[in-house]
Design a protein around this ligand. Structure first.
Ligand code: AHR
Length: 712
């Protein structure tokens, strides 16, 4: 693995660690996981809150001191196809492996028995269990036959495989079932649109029966039929309305007669999707509620691929779904590009968020050795690929790629604001390639802001992307991370961060450590311009990363505690940061035995200890919401005890006596929201009364507290 060296101390080593963790996590049980990390949902129960700390904490807010303008795009999101974030997630497509291409190997890869090798020799085990993943034979009564993956007479060269259904005996129905992504969520009264391609031998014409039904076909939620199916490849459509609800339905396409039929690119969408653009309503709403300033996409390691040929390839992801050539992705499953480049740009527009496109920089993923690196002439097609992506998004409809965007339904340009040159790449090849990409992009699109994966000697860097996956102690220890960062260097984008070890599948302790780190990013948002938690989504049936922000199955969704922290920070981002001085003691967090230690110390002077487990009694940051004319104060109490603090607000004589307080907390820092118990840790809003510019407040154990006090 090529590690990113000097500037980003955590990223690549941790990335490899996380990758190894991912493999380990797949291999061992959930119980073992909990034991390994000694925390999480199975962690020791809540600490009993003790009386308010004897060491008083003090917060002094000085509105007269110089203010810092906060970054309007500070809080954004990062979408990557990992843990079925899109396929079987955000994309509302209900059919899994719709194009029957799931077992295709990326170009240059080879198979020997059940061993698969990239062109450079990286080894994988055969990842499919059957040649037709998610598809199976259905036969009732006396009917008989079989299914097979067919390579002859393909629908087109981008979809070389089709599904052959051979009915050798009639006397019941014989057909194919698609399981969806761990079932299809079918809701009574809702409309569903089915489409598929079919061909038959010669001129045989048949009728196909369609059902959305339970696993054994005994309860049907919707049904219909398509007549006159036959001859050469043609597209057929059918609208269905569900008369019953079944969150775990399957799709069955069957016939009642003997004969062979071939099917391909079968797709089923609910009619109701987010803004009518094909995304799952509930998941997209979770994103909309975060009010993201930007969306980084499409990865992540997905951008790099396990080989250059298996990178996320935007040109294969646009247009008619029957023309999209999917690929085996780095996270171990097939990406049909159901969420392609166009859909992701549309998502940005629908969220009113600035698009941040990450392009491959001619390097495959460094954490998946041996990696590929392109240089010189071999690099040029990749540079052109990035320029073409920008033209697709923003070019006039008279341009080659702008015209394709118009054909795909969006004549007006999408405004790509940022392009990241590579993902987590580093080293000599990266530095050389970065410069080539930077020059080419800036020559053609001078207004697009570029982001680098590291600081580059002798090349301009506008923004540098840092990634942090860490344990709680590490993020608590970063409470002052950016206070002394030189203001003369590149701006910073923290593109990926999360507490994802020592917290099981994520818990309140992790969320509070993230909140402390976020306070510091917000405080320094003149230099830290953007940040995004990662990863964003997890289908609970396919967890490829230990801790993720939003968890879902095919019919439910839950925001983890960290989600609510993200949302609260985004909703309560002030326009100007006020000088905020915190004086508080420290404690050592060690399960229930946390105890006050040390005397008062100022946050600025003392700071956290990287790698230690000391935390301050409270962390705080204040700012002004200029539009609403409100003082906004965010306070984290990471301890299991209430903390009593005095708050002094200097130089805001108009401060109202009443406002509101929002608290996100729980008696146990191991608390977490799950699909089974979605509201264990939720923000609670209450009226707030303050004595004046100086008041006291008892911050509840394990909490994030936000005051909003009018200051007209
Ligand atoms: O977020 C998961 C992975 O972590 C991303 O794909 C990669 O950029 C990082 O290593």
């Amino acid at each position: 693995m090529k590690a990113r060296r000097s500037t980003l101390p955590l990223t690549c080593d941790l990335r490899k660690l996380m990758y190894l963790f991912h493999r380990l996590a797949l291999a061992i049980s959930a119980a073992a996981l909990a034991g390994l990390f000694g925390s999480g949902q199975n962690a020791p129960a809540a600490e009993t809150p003790a009386p308010a700390s004897a060491s008083p904490a003090r917060i002094v807010i000085d509105a007269a001191a110089p203010r810092i303008a906060s970054s309007p795009e500070l809080y954004g999101i990062f979408f990557e196809e990992i843990s079925r974030a899109g396929e079987g997630g955000l994309c509302a497509e209900l059919v899994q492996n719709r194009d029957l291409e799931a077992i295709n190997l990326p170009e240059g890869w080879r198979q020997e028995g059940k061993d698969i090798y990239t062109a450079k020799g990286r080894h994988y085990n055969q990842w499919w269990q059957s040649p037709t993943p998610a598809w199976s034979l259905v036969k009732d009564g006396a009917a008989d036959g079989g299914i097979a993956l067919e390579k002859a007479n393909p629908l087109n060269d981008r979809n070389p495989n089709s599904l052959k259904l051979i009915a050798t005996r009639s006397g019941g129905r014989i057909g194919v079932a698609n399981s969806g992504f761990w079932g299809m969520n079918i809701q009574q009264g809702e409309a569903y649109d089915l489409s598929f391609y079919a061909r038959t031998e010669g001129n045989r014409i048949t009728t196909l029966n369609v059902a959305l039904e339970d696993d054994n076909g005994s309860t049907v939620a919707a049904s219909g039929k398509v007549d006159n199916v036959g001859g050469a490849w043609k597209k057929y459509t059918l609208a269905l309305t569900a008369t019953a609800t079944n969150p775990k339905a399957r799709l069955v396409i069957s016939q009642a007669t003997e004969g062979t039929i071939w099917l391909d690119v079968a797709s089923l969408f609910p009619r109701k999707t987010f803004k009518g653009h094909g995304l799952r309503q509930d998941l997209a709403e979770m994103l909309a509620n975060l009010k993201p300033g930007f969306v980084r996409f499409p990865g992540g390691c997905e951008v790099e691929g396990a080989s250059i040929s298996s990178r996320w390839n935007w040109k294969e992801s646009i247009g008619d779904i029957s023309q999209r050539r999917g690929l085996y992705n780095v996270w171990g499953y097939f990406n049909t590009y159901s969420l392609g480049f166009h859909e992701l740009l549309q998502l940005c527009e629908d969220l009113n968020a600035a698009p941040m496109y990450v392009c491959n920089v001619g390097m495959s993923c460094g954490a998946r050795q041996p990696a590929e690196e392109l240089r010189g002439d071999a690099l040029q097609p990749m540079v052109q690929d990035a320029l073409d992506a920008l033209e697709y998004a923003m070019g006039p409809i008279t341009s080659t790629w702008g015209a394709k965007r118009a054909v795909n339904g969006h004549p007006a340009p999408f405004k790509i604001k940022y392009i990241e040159i590579g993902n987590e790449n580093s080293g000599a090849t990266y530095q050389a390639n970065y410069k080539v990409f930077y020059d080419a992009i800036k020559a053609r699109y001078p207004d697009v802001i570029t982001i680098a994966d590291q600081r580059i000697p002798n090349a301009p860097v506008e923004i540098v992307d840092e990634h942090y996956y860490a344990n709680p102690a590490r993020l608590f220890g970063m409470a002052n991370r950016y206070d002394n960062i030189p203001r003369s260097g590149p701006k910073i984008y923290v593109g990926e961060y999360a507490v994802n070890s020592g917290v099981g599948q994520g818990n309140l302790l992790g969320a509070l450590a993230e909140a402390v780190f976020m306070l510091n990013m917000e405080k320094n948002s003149d230099v830290v311009r953007m940040c995004s938690y990662a990863p964003l989504f997890e289908n609970v049936n396919s967890r490829e990363w230990p801790v993720n922000l939003i968890r879902f199955d095919n019919s439910q969704v839950v925001g983890r505690t960290s989600y609510h922290v993200q949302r609260l920070f985004s909703e309560n981002r002030p326009d100007e940061i006020l000088q905020t001085t915190v004086t508080a003691g420290t404690v050592t967090l060690s399960g229930a035995a946390s105890a006050a230690r040390g005397g008062p110390a100022t946050q600025a002077a003392r700071g956290g200890r990287v790698g230690g487990s000391d935390v301050k009694l409270i962390y705080a940051l204040a700012g002004m919401d200029n539009a609403r004319k409100e003082l906004v104060v965010k306070v984290v109490n990471p301890t299991p005890n209430p903390v009593s603090a005095s708050i002094t607000v200097n130089a805001i004589p108009s401060l109202a006596r009443t406002g509101k307080v929002i608290t996100l907390g729980h008696a146990s820092n191991a608390a977490e929201n799950t699909l089974e118990k979605k509201t264990v840790v939720m923000p609670v809003e209450k009226p707030l009364t303050v004595a004046g510019q100086e008041f006291k407040y008892d911050f509840t154990p394990n909490s994030l507290t936000i005051f909003r006090i009018p200051a007209p």
